[in-house]
Design a protein around this ligand. Structure first.
Ligand code: CO
Length: 134
């Protein structure tokens, strides 16, 4: 059911500094910062030949990544995103096989303008999984 790795998301305490490191030290193609108020994050996309990296900084007091950064003050891998062809069919399969879909199970529009869902990390070895309709 899952297809390509769409991106790996890394929560960071200082987005400008993290973007600078990827640009200057790793020589990566780094995009401009984008605010995603619906998700409580400010994002920078890094385009690699085979996937993307998303650097995430909290946006607003209720940001869902604030708690993560309190536990991991220097940042860390926050989630990985797999592509699926049909997000509703994927959700139905996951629910039928006993997985927990976060946020009531209704897809939200993600940072790439496509519907996304998140799966409970306890069901997948401590990894927060995002599914994005390709
Ligand atoms: Co993501």
């Amino acid at each position: 059911m899952i297809g390509r790795l769409n991106h790996v998301a890394i929560a960071v305490p200082d987005l400008a500094e993290a973007a600078r490191r990827y640009r200057e030290m790793l020589g990566a193609e780094v995009g401009p910062p984008q605010d995603e108020p619906d998700h409580g994050v400010r994002v920078v996309f890094i385009t690699l030949p085979n996937t993307k990296i998303e650097l995430l900084e909290p946006l607003g007091d209720a940001s869902p990544i604030r708690g993560f950064l309190e536990k991991n003050p220097s940042g860390g891998i926050h989630h990985i995103c797999y592509e699926v062809d049909d997000i509703i069919a994927a959700r139905e399969h996951l629910l039928a096989t006993g997985a927990r879909v976060l946020g009531g199970g209704e897809p939200k529009i993600g940072a790439h303008g496509k519907p996304v869902l998140f799966l409970h990390p306890r069901d997948f070895n401590g990894t927060l999984i995002e599914l994005e309709e390709a």
